[in-house]
Design a protein around this ligand. Structure first.
Ligand SMILES: [Fe+2]
Ligand SMILES: [Fe+2]
Length: 177
């Protein structure tokens, strides 16, 4: 079972009805993409799950707006395809921080394993706008800059919510026992 955050739809089931799956199945099943499960993005969310969240909601938003939902879904899944633990990221002298460099790393990795179109490349390399200052060329890129931040915030809030919930449970147990 594979869901985006806040959704009950199983995105891992091949189904004629699942337009999203038909767009991303080759990427979802790729060994290197699966390896993003080994790295943490926000709170308890892996980089893989974060990419699924962003990809799915970018797909939904672009579909709603009549934009290129296929490119939005595919590039969303690859937008943080940097394959290292960013918490341990060590800068070389003169090198910029992870926040600035990872869109380029993700784009290089994505190009290594998949054929990308122009929209997808723009989405990946500019998803951190306005942190990275190159202006988005496509509306789909503008969408991911919003969806990425929204999903990141949701993941962090969910994480702290779970911690607070567990803490409250412990306190309740200590008080009532
Ligand atoms: Fe990113
Ligand atoms: Fe992201």
């Amino acid at each position: 079972m594979l869901n985006a955050i806040g959704s009950k739809i199983d995105l891992s089931v091949p189904s004629k009805k699942c337009e999203y799956y038909s767009y991303v199945s080759d990427i979802l099943g790729h060994e290197k993409v699966q390896s993003m499960k080994n790295f943490t993005q926000h709170g308890h969310t892996s980089v893989f799950q974060h990419c699924v969240n962003v990809s799915y909601y970018n797909f939904r938003l672009c579909k709603l707006l009549g934009l290129d939902a296929r490119s939005a879904a595919r590039a969303g899944l690859l937008h943080d395809f940097f394959l290292y633990d960013w918490h341990d990221y060590v800068r070389e002298p003169g090198q910029q921080m992870h926040g600035w460099t990872h869109p380029y790393t993700a784009l290089n990795n994505a190009k290594k394993y998949f054929k990308l179109n122009e929209v997808e490349e723009d989405i990946i390399v500019k998803h951190m706008f306005p942190l990275t200052t190159k202006l988005p060329k496509y509306k789909e890129t503008v969408c991911i800059t919003l969806v990425d931040k929204f999903c990141g915030a949701w993941e962090v809030v969910e994480h702290w919510g779970e911690i607070a919930g567990k803490g409250a449970k412990k306190v309740r147990k200590a008080v009532t026992e």
